[in-house]
Design a binder for this molecule. Structure first.
Ligand SMILES: Cc1cc2nc3c(=O)[nH]c(=O)nc-3n(C[C@H](O)[C@H](O)[C@H](O)COP(=O)(O)OP(=O)(O)OC[C@H]3O[C@@H](n4cnc5c(N)ncnc54)[C@H](O)[C@@H]3O)c2cc1C
Length: 514
C-alpha cells in the first residue's frame, strides 16, 4: 500500500458529523490511536440545524453499535418512543381522513401478503388495524415495550423522537471519551488540493492546517468540501417535491402529565403539512410548505391556528429547505454525509436514517489505501443514488394518491409530469398486483420496504384488482394471520404501559442493559 488511508477528517459537528465519527471510530476502535485517527473539526461559530426529531428503527442498531446505553440516551436526549406516523387530511381533507404508517410489519409478512385478502373482504376497515396492532397502540397512548424489556429490544417495533441538539452533545461526549475521536473546534476557511485533485488539507482559523487521507463533509447545507471546494453540483428536485420552507416551534405541554404521542402526527394543510412530535418535555411542531403556493404570513397563520392559544406568542424559526441532493456523493477523497449530501422534506424522517446508512457503509467499506478508494466510491455512489431515488419516490407517493383538489398545491402535485417515471410504472403495476417483499425492493437495507408502500397505498384508499378465486390457495393462512393480529392487538393493549409512564420509569430506574 503506497498511500494507506489512516487519517480521517470529518468536518461538521451536527447529527451527521457525530454519527459518522461514532460509527467509524467504533468499527476501527482497535486501531485507534496506534495506526488510525478520526478527527472531527467543528465550527464554534456556526450552529447546527438542530431540528431533526423523528428517526427510523435503524437508530437503535446504530446507537448500540456505537456503544451507548439506551437508558443514557433517553435521559440525555429528551428522547421518546416513535411507533410510526399518523397522516391526517392527506386523502380527502375531511375531518375523519387519517391513516397510520406503523413500524411493525403486517402480520405474517414473510409468509403471506395480506393485501389481496383484505381487499377481497371489502377493504373497508383500516388496513393498518387489520394487519398490525400498532395503530391501536398509538391511539391508546401506549409504549412499545415495558421496563423489563432489555435495552434496544422491542415488543412492538420502534424508533425515537428526540432533541437533535442534545443528541449531538451526547454523541460528542461518548465519541471523545470512549472511542478516541479527536475533537477540534475551529472554523474551516478553505481546503487545499493536491495535483491529482484530492483534498490535501483544510485550513482553519483557530487550529491551523489539518491534513488527512479521507475527508467527510458534514458541513450541512453549505456543503463546504464536496459542493464548494470540489464543485459537485446540486440536483434540484423541487419539480417533484414542492415544499421549500419550514417554520419550526417548540410547544409546551398543558401539564407535566399530559400524554406523549408515540407517533409523528403529519397533518396536511393547504400548501404543505404540519409535523407534530412529542418529546417528554415539549412538543416539536413545524409547518413545511411550498412558498410558490402560499405566502410566509399565511403559512404562519395556519401554524398558529394549529398551535392554539398556548402557541399564540411562541417564537417561530424559519428555515429554507432546498429539495434535492448532490449529483455525486463521493468524489476524489471526499464523501458527503447529511445535509451536505442533500435534503428532502422530513415527511418520513428519511434524513437521519440516510446518515446512518451512509456512515455505516463508509465505516464498513473503509478503503485500506488511496489506490482502491475510487472503487469503493463508485459503489457508494451507486447505492446512495439508489437510496435518494427511492426516498423521492416514496415521499411523492404520499402526494400522488391524494384526492384533494381544494388548492393548487394539491392539484399540482398530481400532475403527471411531476411524478418520477419509476413511481408512475409502479403505480400502474400495483393496480394489478400489490407490493410485497418479492417486489423489486430487493436491496439490502432498503430505506422503505414493500410494507411501507402497503401502508401508504391502502391507507390512502388505493385499490388493486383482486381475483377472489386466485386467493383460495392461501385463504386459511390469511385467516389465521388476520385472527392472530386481532388477538395480538388485544394482548398488547392489555400488557403495555402508558408511554409517559414508561419514560418516567426509564429516567428513574433505567432499562436492563444488554
Ligand atoms: C425543518 C427540518 C426538519 C427536519 N426533520 C427531520 C426529521 O424529523 N427526521 C430526520 O431524520 N431529519 C430531519 N431533518 C434533517 C436533520 O435535521 C439533518 O439531517 C441532521 O440535523 C443532520 O444535519 P447535518 O449534521 O448534516 O448538518 P448541520 O446540523 O447543519 O451541521 C453542520 C455542522 O457543520 C459545521 N460547519 C459548517 N461550516 C463549517 C466550517 N466552515 N468549519 C467548520 N465547521 C463548519 C457546523 O458548525 C455544524 O457543526 C430536518 C431538517 C429540517 C431543516
Amino acid at each position: 500500500m503506497t498511500h494507506p488511508v489512516r487519517n480521517i477528517i470529518i468536518v461538521g459537528g451536527g447529527t451527521a458529523g457525530w454519527l459518522t465519527a461514532g460509527l467509524i471510530a467504533a468499527r476501527h476502535r482497535s486501531l485507534i490511536p496506534a495506526s488510525f485517527k478520526v478527527t472531527l473539526v467543528e465550527s464554534p461559530n456556526t450552529p447546527t440545524v438542530g431540528v431533526g426529531e423523528g428517526t427510523w428503527p435503524t437508530l437503535r442498531t446504530t446507537l448500540a453499535r456505537i456503544g451507548v446505553s439506551e437508558t443514557d440516551f433517553f435521559r440525555e436526549c429528551d428522547a421518546a418512543f416513535k411507533q410510526g406516523a399518523r397522516f391526517a387530511g392527506w386523502t380527502t381533507g375531511a375531518a375523519d381522513d387519517a391513516y397510520y404508517h406503523p413500524l411493525m410489519l403486517p402480520q405474517g409478512f414473510q409468509q403471506i401478503n395480506l393485501v389481496p385478502h383484505w381487499l377481497a373482504a371489502g377493504g373497508d376497515r383500516s388496513f393498518c388495524d387489520a394487519v398490525s396492532p400498532q395503530g391501536r397502540l398509538c391511539d391508546d397512548g401506549l409504549a412499545p415495550k415495558t421496563i423489563t424489556t432489555p435495552e434496544y429490544d422491542a415488543v412492538a417495533n420502534y424508533a425515537y423522537h428526540l432533541d437533535a441538539g442534545k443528541l449531538g452533545a451526547f454523541l460528542q461526549k461518548h465519541c471523545c471519551e470512549q472511542l478516541g475521536v479527536r475533537h477540534v473546534r475551529a472554523d474551516v476557511r478553505h481546503a487545499t488540493l493536491s495535483d491529482d485533485g484530492d483534498i490535501r488539507s483544510i485550513v482553519t482559523e483557530q487550529a491551523g492546517e489539518i491534513e488527512g487521507d479521507l475527508f467527510v463533509d458534514c458541513t450541512g447545507f453549505r456543503s463546504l468540501l464536496l459542493g464548494q471546494t470540489l464543485g459537485v453540483p446540486f440536483r434540484d428536485c423541487s419539480d417533484v417535491l414542492f415544499c421549500d420552507t419550514a417554520l419550526a416551534v417548540h410547544l409546551p405541554y398543558e401539564s407535566e402529565i399530559s400524554p406523549i404521542a408515540s407517533q409523528t402526527i403529519s397533518t396536511a394543510r393547504s400548501a404543505g403539512w404540519i409535523w407534530d412530535v412529542g418529546l417528554p418535555t415539549r412538543r416539536g411542531i413545524g409547518h413545511v410548505y411550498s412558498s410558490n403556493h402560499i405566502s410566509d404570513d399565511e403559512a404562519e397563520r395556519e401554524l398558529r391556528a394549529y398551535l392554539g392559544p398556548l402557541g399564540a406568542d411562541l417564537p417561530i424559526r424559519k428555515l429554507r429547505i432546498p429539495s434535492g441532493h448532490r449529483e455525486t456523493f463521493w468524489k476524489a477523497n471526499c464523501v458527503a454525509v447529511g445535509l451536505a449530501a442533500g435534503f428532502l422534506e422530513p415527511l418520513e424522517s428519511s434524513s437521519i436514517v440516510l446518515i446512518e446508512l451512509s456512515a455505516k457503509l463508509i465505516a464498513e467499506q473503509m478503503p485500506a489505501c488511496r489506490e482502491v478508494m475510487d472503487v469503493i466510491a463508485s459503489r457508494f455512489n451507486a447505492t446512495t443514488h439508489y437510496r435518494w431515488g427511492r426516498i423521492i419516490d416514496f415521499l411523492k407517493l404520499h402526494y400522488v394518491l391524494t384526492k384533494r383538489t381544494d388548492t393548487s398545491f394539491w392539484r399540482d402535485n398530481v400532475r403527471p409530469e411531476t411524478i418520477p417515471d419509476r413511481l408512475r410504472e409502479l403505480l400502474l403495476l400495483w393496480q394489478y398486483q400489490s407490493p410485497w417483499f418479492h417486489d423489486e425492493f430487493d436491496r439490502i437495507e432498503e430505506v422503505f420496504p414493500a410494507a411501507s408502500y402497503q401502508y401508504v397505498l391502502y391507507g390512502m384508499g388505493f385499490r388493486t384488482e383482486v381475483e377472489p378465486a386466485a386467493l383460495r390457495g392461501d385463504a386459511r393462512l390469511a385467516e389465521r394471520a388476520l385472527r392472530e393480529n386481532a388477538a395480538q392487538t388485544e394482548r398488547l393493549r392489555a400488557g403495555l404501559p402508558r408511554h409517559r409512564e414508561l419514560i418516567r420509569k426509564i429516567h428513574e430506574h433505567g432499562l436492563q442493559p444488554v
